[in-house]
Structures are given as structure tokens and as C-alpha cells.
Design a protein around this ligand. Sequence first.
Ligand code: BGC
Length: 430
Amino acid sequence: MAKNIFPKGFFWGASTASHQVEGGTVNQWSEWELSHAQELAKTSHERIAYTLPDWQDIKKHAEKPENYVSGKGVDHYNRYEEDFDIAKKLNLNAFRFGVEWSRLEPSEGEWNLDEIEHYREYILQLKKRGLEPFLNLWHWTMPTWFAEKGGFEKRRNLKYWRRFVQKIANEFGHDLMYVITINEPNVYATFSYYTGEWVPQKRSLRLTAAVYFNLIRAHKQAYKILKRNNPTLMVGVASQLANIQAKRPHNIIDVTVTMWMRYLWNWWYLNRIRNQQDFIGFNYYFTDYYKGIRRDNPGAPRNDLGWYMEPEGLYPLLVRVKSHYKKPIIITENGVADHRDEYRQWWIEETIVAMERAMSEGVELHGYFHWSLLDNFEWKYGWWPKFGLVHVDREHGMKRTIRPSSEWFANKIDAMQRGELPTKNEHSSK
Ligand code: BGC
């Protein structure tokens, strides 16, 4: 029988983001949704149909404007205790969530004390259930007043960010062990300022660079503020890393492009904050093969969003992250859009095998957070992509139902914690 390689304190968690689940958020994204929902619905066919394996099925949702409005979310703001109970039932022991800046500081410099108390209670309820809170400071949404000043485009705006971080540090810094500063700075800078698909829909290399540099500064400043307040806090980011590979491993062009892509997408940001991270946090969804300068991924298997799925690609990535940074690693997001729940169990199983394999080779992995606990609002795609371990029926009282793959995952965690492996791949058995 294989030994359980995951140590006792390993974090088995789920991840969420305030804007994607809470409901009732008023920020630059919610404003954009209201003014763009019609257009997003109208253009959905030309924008996304060709990328999806199952457009016929998705069409009825993607062509409706209400799909593009986060609105009531999944009412996690009011139902968080129920959701934490579900997380507990799934044998999780950690939970990643975001504090919504626009709730806490709806007008410049004015703190909403009720919302501060809301998150205080939220953290308390997590801890009560033995769910370690991983607080995420910023997951792409901001108060409208901050966005109107140019958000992270301007270095001088970082003073508002520092004030926000200081407030969080003062209020919650001693109730926490882990803080994640920024979610996927590379993705935000790219989609909001380079391809221009996301609010504020700008297309400028200069602004992409400005935002990216300011998000480096923002992380470093947050790190300093948080650690000054509580030196024992573990602080990191949730970067988006891809397993980037050459399509033709002996082709000089493919190999060179691969090296550059790895550097630019995966390492550039992390290298700059190398000394301001207590752990390396990253989100894994993609393995990408490069043929020349083009991505050339196999046509199958693909998830509902049309993303090629290679869960085992996590293994080479973990090994590389270890060799680059030599720090503990936490997988801050990982999951699959799968409304039929066809692939999720397979995805998680392969992911566990990849983690075991990396750990058996000395990778110091401290936790795994599945994206997501609940079906949620998937940014420019809206409501139809289903990433939840738990299905949420927004049409029928926001009813929560645990998906079969998640029952399986819960049992798996339990079995692993009791030291009863084995997973299907017995590479680590001795
Ligand atoms: C983001 C999440 C998003 C998920 C699935 C990650 O890049 O952090 O907010 O829902 O991917 O697309």
C-alpha cells in the first residue's frame, strides 16, 4: 500500500473571489456589466462560439444579456455560513476568499464599519469550523472612485492601495496566518490593457506595462505593511502560471519561443517580488504547446470553455517553480469548467497524482485550493461556465447541490488523511 505523501497540516481548500460569488457588489466591473451586457450577448456568437466545444448547448445562456450581470451573485454574502458548512462536509480545512475593497471603502477615505464587521464575522466563522482563512486582498475589482482616478495605471494612486492594505492589516492582520495580495497580475494587465477585453477595455502596450509595474510595487508595499503589522503572517501572491512546452521539442524556434514565453508569462513578475514572498502561490489551468510563435494545443480533451485540459501538466510546473524559487508552494487555484461533471473527478485525480509525484521528488507543497467551491460569475463569460464543486441553482432559491465528483474528492481527502491511499498511479509506493 502506498504511503500518504501529503503531510498532516496540508491545506485542502477551495477558492472564491468576492465579486464572483457575493452578490450585490458595486465596483468598476458591476458598472461595466450593466453598460455592456446587451453588447456582450449580441456579439457572443462571433466572440466565443468558435472556441467552444458545445456552442449549441451554451448558446441559450450566452445570448442572454442577464448572463453578463453578476447581480445577486450566488448570494454568498448572506449564505456564507451555509457554504462553510458545505466546505467542511467536503473535508476541506482551508478556504480562500476575497475582501471586496468597494464594500469596505465605498467612497474615498470613508470606511464602512458594518462591512468591516461582516468580514470579521466571516473570518471567525471560518475558524470556528477549522477552515484556515486565506484572505485575498485584490481580485481585479475596485471601488469606482479608484477606477475613475485611473486605478493601477498610475503610480501615484498606490497611496490609496496602501491605505486599504493598512486598514486590512489593522483590522484582520492578527486573526490570520495567510494573506494573498494580488490575484493573477499577468492576466489582469493583459486582458484589461493589452487585448482590451475587460474593463476598462484599453489597448495600450504602455498602459499594460504601467499596470504590470504598479502591481509589482503594489505587492511589495502590501508585503511590507502586512509584515510590519504582523511579522508571523505568511504573505504571497496568486500568480497565473502555465505549463508552457515546445510542440516540437527539437525544433530550435519552438524551444526558443517556449523559453521566452515561460520567462514573460511565468517568471517575470515572480522574479521581481522574489524577496517579498513567504510562499509561491500560483493558479494552474493551462498547458500550452508552442509551434513557432503560435499556440498549438491538442484538440481534445477540452472543457466547456474550450480550454485544452492537461491536469498532469501541473507536475513539470511544480518542479520548475521549486527550482526557480526554493520556497514552499501553494496551489491557490485549479479547476475545470464542466457543467456535466464529466471531467472534474478525472481532473482532480490526475492533479493529485501530479502533486504526489512532485512532492516525492522534494517539492515542498503546502496546499491545494480547488477553483471553486461554488458555481460563480465567470467574468466576461458570465454565468454559464460551471467551475463549482457545488452546483448552485440561481433560478430556484440559490439551492446548493454537491456534485458527484466532489463527493468523490471529499472521500479521497478523507482516505488520504487517514493514510489510506493509494491513488490509481502507485508511483510513490515502496
Ligand atoms: C481567476 C478566476 C477565474 C478562473 C477561471 C482564474 O484565472 O482567478 O477568477 O474564475 O481563473 O477562469
